[in-house]
Design a protein around this ligand. Structure first.
Ligand code: NAP
Length: 275
């Protein structure tokens, strides 16, 4: 299926690895120009180089097609200066992005009794206020041009909270409530859709580090913990960043114009509810 978004500009935050990278890759494979971001320059540049190869392949597969551009900006997206750097990326579209994929690292697990105001402000900054700031910066331009797609990467913990991830449950639920309101505002009639993607367990560095932490805490081998977690998922495995990216690209498509204000849950069937 041609998603009808070739030539558009996407900002994909926190995209040198994992789910953000999967989204950037799927968009490039649809001919979308991307600005990608992460803090670590080395991994980001390596990802940008791989995406440029895919961009060239996409162009070569269709006569007369120009390869989509891939621009990398090493910056902390949770800091105002980082967001400004991304929005002013040389060669980028300035604030005229058509697609915004909001993402950042997740807050650490822990016992809620230990979290002070600083821990909460950090979680809220990363997983609620940063996506809101980027939506504020870009959404009116999208509406003025009559096309916009915003996808917020949140977590299955918004629907099925995980006790040790209280910082994530709280901050992401705040974002979800905010998005539920603005997605249904007059923006909807001006071609802008805003949806959330709630990952269950996907095979990324983050999952690998949580498995490693569980192994050192319990003394069990990592392979055993991985296998036992996968056994609890009806699909019997973790998802892949490619699968996640494909869903994100569809949410950004022309075909998905009537889908807004939704919380989409790719989790291999883990969530046990009917609705
Ligand atoms: P990951 O594999 O660890 O990748 C995280 C990416 O985000 C890296 O590129 C990292 O690069 C970048 N990043 C982190 N903090 C950043 C910041 N402040 N500014 C800019 N870039 C930043 O993680 P992931 O598994 O893809 O997870 C992505 C998000 O989904 C997280 O919020 C996570 O909590 C959530 N999530 C993931 C899963 C899962 O199963 N994987 C499940 C539920 C929710 P740098 O470190 O170089 O900045």
């Amino acid at each position: 299926m041609d998603l009808g978004i070739a030539g558009k500009w996407a900002l994909v935050c926190a995209a040198s690895k994992g789910l953000g990278r999967g989204c950037a890759q799927a968009l490039v494979q649809e001919g979308v120009n991307v600005v990608i971001n992460a803090r670590g320059a080395e991994a980001l540049e390596a990802t940008a180089a791989q995406l440029r190869t895919l961009a060239a392949e996409w162009a070569a597969a269709g006569a007369g097609r120009a390869a989509p551009l891939v621009i990398a900006v090493a910056a902390d997206i949770t800091a105002e200066a980082g967001r400004e750097a991304v929005l002013a990326a040389p060669g980028g579209p300035g604030r005229d992005f058509d697609i915004l994929v909001n993402n950042a690292g997740g807050p650490p697990p822990g016992d809620f009794r230990d979290w002070n105001r600083e821990a909460w402000v950090k979680a809220l900054d990363a997983n609620m206020l940063t996506p809101i700031a980027l939506i504020q910066a870009l959404v009116d331009g999208m509406a003025a041009r009559g096309f916009g797609r915003i996808v917020n990467i949140t977590s299955s913990s918004v629907k099925a909270p995980i006790d040790i991830l209280g910082l994530s449950n709280g901050a992401r639920s705040g974002l979800t409530g905010f998005v539920a309101g603005i997605a249904r505002s007059p923006l909807a009639a001006r071609g802008v859709t805003i949806n959330n993607l709630l990952p269950g367990k996907f095979d990324t560095d983050r999952i690998a580090s949580t498995i490693a932490a569980a192994a050192s805490k319990t003394g069990k081998p990592e392979a055993e913990i991985r296998a036992s977690q996968q056994k609890q998922i009806p699909a019997g495995r973790f998802g892949t960043p490619d699968e996640f990216g494909a869903i994100c690209a569809f949410l950004c498509s022309r075909q998905a114009a009537y889908l807004t204000g939704q919380n989409i849950l790719p989790d291999g069937g883990s969530y046990p509810g009917t609705f």
